[in-house]
Design a protein around this ligand. Structure first.
Ligand code: DPP
Ligand code: ZN
Length: 894
């Protein structure tokens, strides 16, 4: 398959000002009639005079140009295109095509989900609906007519504003939609079905009343409250924080059960994977609720960052995704605990993006080439892209950043632009030079910062020396130094922030009323030195506060320094990070030395942290339980693996279990005390509390239960059983079930299996809950897990056609269970390769995503390397592989 390169970008030769589409909808076959107003693009050089339209899997029935039916000599159709010869400078082209939604298993274009019809057009799905210039820099006004049988499809939706319905003489229903805003084809959407409606309204800043409609499958109406609440909060937030008001007369969300991605920001008609809409306390966990809030906001925010201003080409994907992720992160931070949100975001970045940046799939935030754009909806484009926007916001400060975004919206509204255009606005509004900063968009790989320091007691000076380097990545051997914002504080012996004065400055900056004194240093050269003066004693440095840049930090902290920072740092993020580093060090030492003893000092640090747990479960004024839960959570197996040159799968698992079991046994009384203090089934049974504070208390209690479960006895089994039996919410039920399932049979008997069976009986009709039931089993550390996963593939409720179910079973096993997936005999690899080959002809996007755990094969021992390599080669040999899977496999082997 051909490689697409950024440097080959050329403006489209033709533009489509207006697109009038008429759909005769039916699951078996749908007729699409398109009338396009085309004209030559004055900004593009003249080509061969032919018009090339994208189109795939379309059956062309009819073709007319300015009312004249074209004879076969005047056009040509192949697998990917319709070419019309010698077209005029301005003309109307009418096509009629037939498509087959029920045969569409790739879930791109128009397809069937349950009993409804829906579309997914990003990135290049529109070409499976009609012949078009399917590229984001061609923005058109759409008028859409939908015709269908009202018995099957009473609700007919498309983008924009409703423009009337009719009952036709033949009994069919017709609905018209008109979208006044020009948009690229990837934002087009159609939905048809027998859908239940939940409606609310929002009054915009300028006083326009907007109906808000959420459409779901019948039976799910009682699970939309949280999504609706989140939507209204997001609409208000975008007005206050960015001055962005909603623009159409109506906003709609449709939840569908079969969806490749999380959700899609189609103009005025967002289509969602239902897992990011549907929630009730008894069916969804606190994490699910938080994800819904974030994704609803994310898609809504796209209305300005993505839709009103879109991407010139797909290499600019991070223009909309990086910025919109940054916006949804900040929104969520404002809804709950800012500190906890930052920790979660960095955890995700480190566990997903850092490994990507260090592996064969590494690519810049603005990639230079791709074979299949669907493979570039990555943690790098999304999460690292968001960090780049965050750094710019940090360099500018809140006021100038707002000026920069105002300028961006004003300058580029209605256009398709580049990441560079965005940076130019920040540069202009901020009055600073971001030339060097732009390298962040072009250069792949995670920079490493090596810090050293020197205290001169006589002079009272403290010097920090920071060296940066970025490791080579595929296709980019030499890296240039980056412009890195590096936030620093210095602590005195009591743990207080010191005033900061750099050599040459006349006065020191003083700590704020809250005792915080942070200085944003800017690194540009490969080696930078900063000397602080006026220091009576050697300070303890708190480096990279708030994770001010997406880098790996190296500084030779002693364990005592880390324990000290964990207890005192005024920066909440760095308190957590100190605890993580301490745990990570200990765990890696345990792996390397195969020594499985835990030093007292570590146990004491945890005991101390537990002692500071809030005494009264209802008092939010004390230490934040959610933050404490984060501090007490050990680094994941995946994160630890990323720290090792050669991943020791079994060693990591053993070390983590041993540490957790040791803490569970030695701190049993402290853990039980925290657990019982936060266990109030009475209070929660009546009025379930979704507030961040209540969710934080559940997080802490369930974290503590996890430790207790690692050192179980009959009392702990009973505790988990009580929680499973009496909890009124999914967060507590799942946490208890997980603990019961992981306890050894000689202590817990068949309690885990019984609970699992009870869970299935209760929830067998709730698909999203059932996904949890599949995933829990796939993630089990029990030795028979692979056999179990294979058995579950034959379960009547398993289906390869549903991406959520595939991710819940196969994805959870391959990506969420390193111990069993990487079994030494290679059985996990063979299993995954079989599934990928089975899925690829059906749904290449999902198949390519499942591959990811095998792409980092070079990081394992020679035995596992050979086994993974063999499976990858086996896949590559198959004829007719999709471009999605081909690209990931060939890059991994390359
Ligand atoms: N553009 C979509 C998003 O919001 C793609 N899934 O991320
Ligand atoms: Zn997005």
């Amino acid at each position: 398959p051909p490689v697409i390169r950024r440097e080959d970008y050329r403006p489209a030769e033709f533009l489509i000002d207006q697109a009038d589409l008429r759909f005769e909808l039916d699951a078996g076959q749908t007729l699409v009639e398109a009338e396009l107003s085309l004209r030559r693009n004055p900004a593009a050089p003249r080509g061969d005079g032919d018009l090339h339209l994208d189109g795939e899997q379309l059956e062309l029935l009819d073709l007319t140009l300015d009312g004249r039916r074209l004879p076969p000599a005047e056009y040509r159709v192949d697998e990917h295109a319709l070419v019309v010869r010698r077209v005029p400078d301005r003309f109307r082209l009418r096509t009629r095509v037939q498509i087959h939604p029920s045969a569409n298993t790739a879930l791109e274009g128009l397809y069937v989900s349950g009993d409804m019809l829906c579309t997914q057009c990003e990135a290049e799905g529109f070409r499976r609906i009609t012949y078009f210039l399917d590229r984001p820099d061609v923005m058109s006004r759409y008028r859409v007519t939908l015709v269908a049988d009202p018995a099957r499809y009473p609700v007919l939706l498309s983008n924009g504003n409703p423009a009337g319905t009719e009952e036709l003489a033949d009994g069919r229903r017709l609905a018209r939609w008109d979208d006044p805003f020009p948009k690229p084809s990837y934002l087009f959407a159609v939905v048809a079905g027998d859908l239940a409606l939940v409606e609310d309204r929002f009054v915009t800043a300028s006083g326009r009343e907007i109906p808000l409609r959420i459409f779901v499958e019948p039976g799910n109406r009682d699970k939309c409250d949280h999504a609706m609440r989140s939507l209204k909060a997001a609409m208000r937030w975008d007005e206050t924080r960015y001055g962005r008001e909603y623009d159409l007369d109506l906003f709609m969300i449709v939840a569908v059960s079969h969806f490749n991605m999380g959700a899609m920001e189609n103009k005025g008609l967002n289509v969602f994977n239902d897992k990011f809409v549907l929630a009730r306390p008894d069916t969804a966990t606190d994490a699910d609720f938080a994800h819904i809030e974030g994704v609803v906001a994310h898609e809504y925010f796209h209305n300005w960052t993505g839709n009103r201003i879109t991407c010139r080409d797909w290499f600019q994907l991070s223009l909309k995704e990086g910025f919109t992720v940054y916006r949804d992160q900040e929104f969520s931070a404002d809804q709950g605990s800012r500190g906890v949100k930052r920790i979660e975001d960095v955890r995700l970045l480190r566990s997903r993006q850092f490994p990507e940046d260090a592996g064969p799939m590494a690519h810049p935030v603005r990639p230079d080439s791709y074979i299949e754009i669907n493979n570039f909806y990555t943690a790098t484009v999304y999460e690292k892209g968001a960090e780049l926007v965050r750094m710019q916001a940090g360099l500018l400060g809140p006021e100038r950043f707002r000026k920069g975004t105002d300028l961006y919206f004003e300058r580029f509204d209605g256009q398709a632009v580049t990441t560079d255009d965005f940076v130019a606005c920040m540069e202009q509004a901020g009055g600073l030079d971001l030339t060097q900063f732009r390298r962040w968009y072009a250069q792949a790989g995670t920079p490493v910062l090596e810090c050293a320091d020197h205290y001169d007691a006589d002079a009272g000076t403290y010097t920090l020396e920071i060296r940066q380097h970025t490791p080579a990545t595929p296709g980019q051997a030499d890296k240039q130094p980056l412009h890195i914002p590096f936030a620093v504080g210095l602590l005195d012996a009591q743990g207080r922030d010191l005033p900061l004065r750099l050599a040459g400055e006349s006065a020191a900056s003083e700590p704020t009323a809250a005792g915080v004194c942070t200085r944003m240093l800017e690194l540009r050269a490969p080696v930078e030195r900063f000397t602080f003066v006026g220091l009576a004693a050697r300070p303890v440095p708190s480096l990279l506060r708030g994770f001010s840049a997406p880098v790996r930090l190296r500084y030779p902290y002693s364990d005592a320094d880390l324990t000290f920072l964990m207890a005192h740092d005024s920066d909440g993020f760095n308190r957590w990070d100190a605890a993580q580093t301490l745990a990570q060090r200990l765990l890696l030492r345990m792996v390397e030395e195969e020594a499985l003893s835990v030093p007292d000092s570590f146990v004491e640090a945890f005991r101390q942290a537990l002692k500071e747990a809030p005494v009264d479960a209802s008092a939010d004024t004390q230490a934040d339980p959610a933050l404490l839960a984060e501090v007490l959570t050990l680094p994941s197996e995946g994160y630890l693996a990323d720290q090792m040159d050669c991943v020791d799968v079994d060693g990591i698992h053993r070390a983590r279990e041993t540490l957790a079991a040791t803490l569970g046994a030695l701190l049993r009384e402290d853990l039980l005390a925290v657990y019982e203090r936060h266990w109030q089934p009475g209070a929660e049974a009546g009025d379930y509390d979704l507030s961040p504070a209540a969710a934080g208390r559940r997080a802490l209690r369930n974290c503590v239960l996890g430790y207790l479960g690692q050192a179980p006895d009959a009392g702990i089994v009973a505790l988990a059983q009580r929680q499973f039996d009496t909890a009124n919410n999914m967060t507590d039920v799942i946490a208890a079930l997980r603990v019961l399932l992981e306890m050894p049979v000689d202590v817990a008997g068949d309690a885990g299996e019984r609970a699992l069976a009870a869970f299935y009986r209760r929830w067998s009709q709730e698909q999203l809950v059932l996904d949890k039931w599949f995933a829990l089993q796939a993630q089990s550390s029990r030795p028979d897990t692979l056999a179990r996963v294979k058995g579950l593939m034959k379960h009547p409720q398993f289906s390869l056609a549903n991406p959520n179910r595939v991710r819940a079973l196969i994805g959870a096993f391959a990506s969420g269970n390193p111990l069993r997936f990487h079994a030494e005999d290679g059985a996990g690899y063979g299993f995954l390769a079989d599934r990928i080959l089975e899925l690829d002809p059906l749904n290449p996007q999902i198949a390519a995503r499942l591959l990811h755990p095998m792409t980092r094969w070079r990081r394992y021992d020679p035995g596992r390397q050979a086994l993974m390599q063999r499976q990858l080669e086996r896949i590559l040999e198959v004829d007719g592989l999709s471009s999605d899977v081909y690209e990931v496999v060939s890059r991994s082997l390359g």
